[in-house]
Design a protein around this ligand. Structure first.
Ligand code: GDP
Length: 709
């Protein structure tokens, strides 16, 4: 292998930070793996079905055949066409998980990427999760190329796939190349702009230029016309020439297409079959040619300590601004913090300032992660993605900066967990390790939460789905050697209030010696669904000294976390402290904290509390003959059927269903359809629980709300 160190000094315009995103099973892992193979960093073509895929390096990922944790991998590619023809370019590839329980992983990788390839399954078109990843990519304005994979599969239909991307995603998806043959006879692609055709022999990786098959020529011209029209439509100068009937230069078209892709105006679609080694290399060339380099990205925005917005350019000479986007415990080097450097230079062995936490941290070593080895480096420049060893306090979402020029970049937002379960150590020695293991895992995964139930003293873990929790418990056993009993998964309800109310919190103990004195009046107001919590003080004139306001807030938050109605956390509530009193000698932080907590309890009891439950977006794909049974069953589950859609001999049913009704659905759907229907679900939003059900939940929760102070 060539000395990698000499390759590090890359001009920014030859770096691409990209991700591969997809619906589960569309072929993301296979495609990623082929990319790593063609770019020369793996030695043999592994096959996901045999469990040897390079990105799936974690043990249980292999067993499950799904990618759970994004691994940032650096690799090199020399395009055969385009502006960097025959020059080496560097690809930083972030693998994103395909399963919806790991949505947070997708979100956080999209946040640090400059562009992505969305893999579609040409035999089934846009699927439900494709919509989700598409929405996420849009949220961060990530420029996209689409890869219609599985052209070799029976039923593959390239044009229908493009149409479904246009119809279902509203994407301006346009064919960039056309397949030569389909299903078993799929052998190559025709590049529309250059009118060049390429053919792969057998399942080999090499391809050669061939003549465009005669019978395709009119289809090629029609598709080319459509592509040219779209490109010209996004470029005034080209449009003028186009309307004037002039022939447009290929290079001009390519340049305009690059601009349109970066501006999210066009999604060029490529076709191929990763498994059969066809059509992937043109996508690699296109990644370099059409997806942005760090230089093309607008300056990153952050907030300085004065509360003002500040911009930092993607330039190694600017002050440092870098985002920690992933913590991973590596079996060999310990805790790795993946970092995207936006501006400035990160040096190994140096101190950096965690501007989010306001602490100084030492970077021990800096590593470039390759698919199957890691390379120690001295510096990481603006635009790069690297892993650091040695950071102690930095967690996902924190900004690293220079102490003299601190800046906080926008944090990554994560959804609230919808499902939880109780976990109990098997032995006393497990007890000690349990807390440690759970905290470590929570550090890695921001959607995974751990808490100890104040009433039962049970440890409760929560997350986005059963699979996520299962995997985490599994990792706890393997990596931390903790044996634990795990309870049934429970729905993560939330509590909220429906009207404004007031409450008095009084904690006064004056029995000889120094007493306790905390006293406050709180007003609580319902907030719009999904807003979360707010706290404010309207104390004027010193009814409560200023230093006792934060303790009141602490007491309020503690109570909000514990719950009041049935032991679930409160949400969508604003708490205002508006009056109170204090005692010169007896007042203390702890007394005001308790008063805050008591005040909230009292107010909430007058505010008509209700429970909220997570509602899941469910998509069932079933052979037509089982449709009636499946819809009937969904209806008995309080489902709101949104609609159904026919695709071949299958029907796709879309519905919103309370998570509480979905327990055991995998088994149920199997027996209803002789194992032929499949489903997919993800958390959508929270809604009030119907009254009769609320009563049952409160009764079975056994929650008393009485935690002694
Ligand atoms: P992911 O869930 O998106 O990562 O998808 P995988 O890469 O794991 O692929 C899912 C399944 O589809 C595996 O069994 C692959 O072997 C298979 N597969 C992937 N790409 C192709 C393809 O181009 N053609 C065919 N026939 N199968 C494919």
């Amino acid at each position: 292998m060539a000395n990698l160190k000499t390759k590090r000094d890359f001009p920014l315009d030859r770096i691409r930070n990209i991700g591969i995103i997809a619906h589960i099973d569309a072929g993301k892992t296979t495609t990623t793996e082929r990319i790593l193979f063609y770019t020369g960093r793996t030695y043999k073509i592994g096959d996901i079905d045999e469990g040897t895929t390079v990105t799936d390096w974690m043990e249980q990922e292999r067993e499950r055949g799904i990618t759970i944790v994004s691994a940032a991998v650096t690799t090199f590619w020399t395009p055969k066409s385009g502006p960097f023809e025959n020059q080496e370019t560097r690809l930083n590839l972030i693998d994103t998980p395909g399963h919806v329980d790991f949505t947070a992983e997708v979100e956080r990788s999209l946040r640090v990427l400059d562009g992505a390839v969305i893999v579609l399954d040409a035999s089934s078109g846009v699927q439900s999760q494709t919509e989700t990843v598409w929405r996420q990519a849009n949220k961060y304005s990530v420029p996209l190329l689409a890869f219609a994979n599985k052209m070799d599969v029976v039923g593959a239909d390239y044009m229908a796939t493009i149409k479904s991307a246009r119809d279902r995603l509203g994407a301006n998806a346009v064919a960039y190349n056309l397949p030569i043959g389909r299903e078993n006879d799929f052998v190559g692609v025709v590049d529309l702009l250059t009118r060049k055709a390429f053919k792969w022999e057998g399942d080999g990786v090499n391809f050669t230029e061939v003549e465009i098959p005669v019978e395709m020529s009119s289809a090629v011209e029609a598709a080319r016309e459509k592509l040219v029209e779209e490109i010209a439509g996004n470029d005034d100068e080209l449009m003028e020439k186009y309307l004037g009937g002039e022939e447009l230069e290929v290079n001009d078209l390519k340049k305009a297409l690059r601009k349109a892709v970066i501006a999210n105006k066009i999604v060029p679609v490529f076709t191929g079959s990763s498994l059969r080694n066809k059509g992937v290399q043109p996508v690699l060339d296109a990644i370099v040619e059409y997806l942005p380099s760090p230089q093309d990205i607008a300056s990153v925005k952050g907030i300085n300590p004065a509360g003002e917005e500040e911009l930092r350019k993607s330039d190694p000479k600017e002050p440092l601004a870098a985002l920690a986007f992933k913590i991973q415990v590596d079996p060999h080097v310990g805790k790795l913090t993946y970092i995207r450097v936006y501006s400035g230079t990160l040096k190994s062995g140096s101190y950096v300032y965690n501007a989010t936490k306001q602490v100084s941290e030492r970077i021990g070593r800096l590593l470039l992660m390759h698919a199957n080895d890691r390379e120690e480096i001295d510096e990481a420049f603006a635009g790069e993605i690297v892993a650091a060893v040695g950071l102690k306090d930095t967690i996902t979402g924190d900004t690293l900066a220079e102490e003299s020029k601190p800046l906080v970049l926008e944090n990554i937002s994560f959804p609230d967990p919808v499902i939880s379960l109780a976990i109990e150590p098997k032995t006393k020695s497990d007890q000690e390790k349990l807390g440690l293991a759970l905290n470590r895992l929570a550090e890695e995964d921001p959607t995974f939460r751990v808490k100890v139930d104040a009433e039962t003293n049970q440890t409760i873990i929560s997350g986005m789905g059963e699979l996520q929790l299962e995997v985490l418990v599994d990792r706890m056993r393997r990596e931390f050697k903790v044996e634990a009993n795990v309870g049934q998964p429970q729905v993560a309800y939330k509590e909220t209030i429906t009207k404004e109310a007031q409450g008095e919190g009084k904690y006064i103990r004056q029995t000889g010696g120094r007493g306790q004195y905390g006293h406050c009046f709180l007003r609580i107001e319902p907030l719009a669904r999904g807003t979360g919590r707010e706290f404010a003080s309207e104390i004027v004139g010193g009814a409560i000294p200023r230093e006792f306001i934060p303790p009141i807030e602490k007491g309020v938050i503690e109570k909000e976390d514990t719950g009041i109605l049935a032991g679930y956390p409160l949400t969508d509530i604003r708490v205002v402290v508006y009056d109170g009193s204090y005692h010169e000698v007896d007042s203390s932080e702890i007394a005001f904290k308790i008063a805050g907590s008591l005040g909230l309890s009292e107010a909430a009891k007058k505010a008509d509390m209700i429970l909220l439950e997570p509602i899941m977006k469910v998509e069932v794909t079933t052979p037509d003959e089982f449709m009636g049974d499946i819809i009937g069953d969904l209806s008995s589950k309080r489902a709101q059927i949104l609609g159904s859609e026919k695709r071949g001999n299958y029907t796709i049913i879309n519905a919103l269903v309370p998570l509480a009704e979905m327990h055991g659905y995998a088994t149920a759907i199997r027996s209803m359809s002789q194992g032929r229907a499949t489903y997919y679900m993800e958390a959508d939003h929270y809604e009030p629980v119907p009254n009769n059900i609320t009563q049952k939940i409160i009764e079975t929760s056994g929650f008393t709300g009485r935690v002694e102070h």
